[in-house]
Ligand binder design. Sequence first.
Ligand SMILES: NC(=O)c1ccc[n+]([C@@H]2O[C@H](COP(=O)([O-])OP(=O)(O)OC[C@H]3O[C@@H](n4cnc5c(N)ncnc54)[C@H](O)[C@@H]3O)[C@@H](O)[C@H]2O)c1
Length: 433
Amino acid sequence: MRVAMIGSGYVGLVSGACFADFGHDVVCVDKDPGKIERLNQGIMPIYEPGLDALVASNVKAGRLSFTTNLAAGIKGAEAVFIAVGTPSRRGDGHADLSYVYAAAREIAGAIDGYVVIVNKSTVPVGTGDEVERIIADARPDAEFAVVSNPEFLREGAAISDFKRPDRIVVGTDDERARAVMTELYRPLFLNHSPLLFMGRRSAEITKYAANAFLATKITFINEMADLCEAVGGNVQDVARGIGLDNRIGGKFLNAGPGYGGSCFPKDTLALVKTAQDAGTPVRIVETVAAVNDTRKRAMARKIIQLAGGDVRGKTVAILGLTFKPNTDDMRDSPSIAIIQALQDAGATIRAHDPEGVEQARLVLTNVDYCDTPWAALEGADVAALVTEWDAFRALDLDRVKAVMKTPAMVDLRNVYRPEEMAKRGIAYVGVGR
Ligand SMILES: NC(=O)c1ccc[n+]([C@@H]2O[C@H](COP(=O)([O-])OP(=O)(O)OC[C@H]3O[C@@H](n4cnc5c(N)ncnc54)[C@H](O)[C@@H]3O)[C@@H](O)[C@H]2O)c1
């Protein structure tokens, strides 16, 4: 099939490359000429494991190409995906739909023949109706259907998530569109991934409900961690104790510095706004967002406490900057609020991240970025493990003790065991233990 992907970011590029790998003929469009130029040279604009090889092999096979020219990109396409950003709107936290609507207008100007317009961006309920209206107004002659097909991939594991999804959600009542979507995803449901058809509005809500539920699970265990700290308990035992119950499940029960990233913070906020506008506030999600927001700065206080209650004039080594391992994405990473709070308290920051430094430089200033964890730890008064990259999982603890000015570590991901740290003579605090 001929497929066009409008927006070649994390979602558009990964989805486009995977569809090409299924054998479809895919054109990825982006309005950022620098991004398209780099892609045409085989340089990935993002760090995602395995993506460069997947893109290279499909470009070589002639199934995947890149352009800034939307009209040329969608010519002859049976499905046109919208995978542009939907960030939080400045001021009120609603989803900013200006990129989605701009893409819809551009698509309207270029369609030729029946086409299925598939919204893959995360958008509030009713956005599909508006996209349909925009296109019908601009092109009363056009034959098209607007479908919702939210994406559930996780950065860092995006390719395997796309190729082996738990489910594929498709929102449409249009029989022709249903046939196109079935054909497009045939390789996946042959592989036993269920293809769930539902109404368009239900599909739009499903994406927000999934993210809000996961954000709630994380926030719940974070609050249990605080309770464990206060009364004497180990949150990892509690998480295992509840997670083995099939009704609860063990995933997303790792206590830590609070959720971040390009999706949970903005999607929980957008859901809160949508529900308020509908007169049915989602109080649980409102609370989750508020609790998570205050948690990040609270983690800085944990670090300050281990440093003796004051970090003015002291050096803090930060291990990990991205919101999770195996991505270079810094959007809403907890490290941002933590570092800013430490800087407000007068600390000097030395940081290392295996892939995130280039993006971190755009959001965090006055940080001494180091090429290795050792350079960051050298002479530091306290260290904080913020992102659980594999590179930080088996540090030579004797060397940690030797290079730091004061051997002290706050482990916001509970990577190390308190006993082993005590044995090495490193002052140590985890989360909820
Ligand atoms: N990143 C994730 O892990 C993830 C997972 C699931 C869903 N989503 C959702 O998918 C959507 C995209 O997210 P992302 O992280 O890929 O965003 P991104 O910012 O990485 O990429 C969006 C791209 O769209 C391009 N673009 C914007 N308007 C355009 C237009 N009119 N024509 C062509 N290109 C245009 C931008 O230049 C940018 O490259 C969002 O709604 C997001 O919430 C993201």
